[in-house]
Write a protein that binds this ligand. Structure first.
Ligand code: CTP
Ligand code: ZN
Length: 153
């Protein structure tokens, strides 16, 4: 993209930019972060914008908010190439790639109604992260699509 054209999504003063999100996943990123705008959060989203690294990417910019490790872990499942940029006073002061964890605990719920984690038992959910999805450690159910729908809210 040539430098002399305007930025599609404005820069932010302070907060977090989640860049290089797989095209079309930005709304799932917002779901993972529990952002629906109802609390007056200042958020900018670019969907399917041109990118050097990916053919098309999504980008999510959240003012005045940092992400927890749990949030980053779940983000990595739907946006494995995402970059998390921490912005202060318009400068990127920290940048890191998301890391796909081997296991995620207590962040997703198993969609299998017969799973022990679905009953009233005090069992912490646990999923192994596969190349292309996640597998419940208790019942073996594999979920490849719509992982964001499993996020505990
Ligand atoms: N950004 C922003 N507001 C700022 C600073 C940066 O929204 N005040 C955004 C930029 O638009 C970019 C991302 O944060 O999408 C990362 O910024 P920067 O590191 O400056 O860009 P690049 O060098 O292009 O990043 P990368 O190498 O990760 O692609
Ligand atoms: Zn299960």
């Amino acid at each position: 993209m040539s430098e002399d054209h305007q930025l599609r999504v404005s820069k932010i003063k302070s907060g977090t930019v989640i860049d290089h999100v797989v095209g079309g996943q930005a709304l799932n990123v917002l779901a993972i972060l529990g952002i629906d705008g109802s609390e007056g959060e200042e958020v900018s989203v670019g969907i399917n914008v041109p990118s050097d690294r990916l053919a098309r990417k999504d980008i999510v910019k959240v003012e005045s908010r940092e992400l927890s490790q749990d949030e980053v872990d779940v983000l990595s499942l739907i946006a494995p190439d995402a970059t998390i940029n921490i912005v202060r006073d318009y400068d990127v002061i920290e940048k890191h790639r998301v890391d796909r964890p081997d296991v995620v605990e207590d962040v997703l719920s198993c969609p299998n109604p017969d799973c022990i984690t679905a009953g009233g038992e005090p069992v912490t959910s646990r999923f192994e992260v596969l190349e292309d999805g996640v597998r419940c450690s208790y019942c073996g159910t594999i979920v490849r699509e719509s992982i964001a729908d499993l996020i505990d809210t």
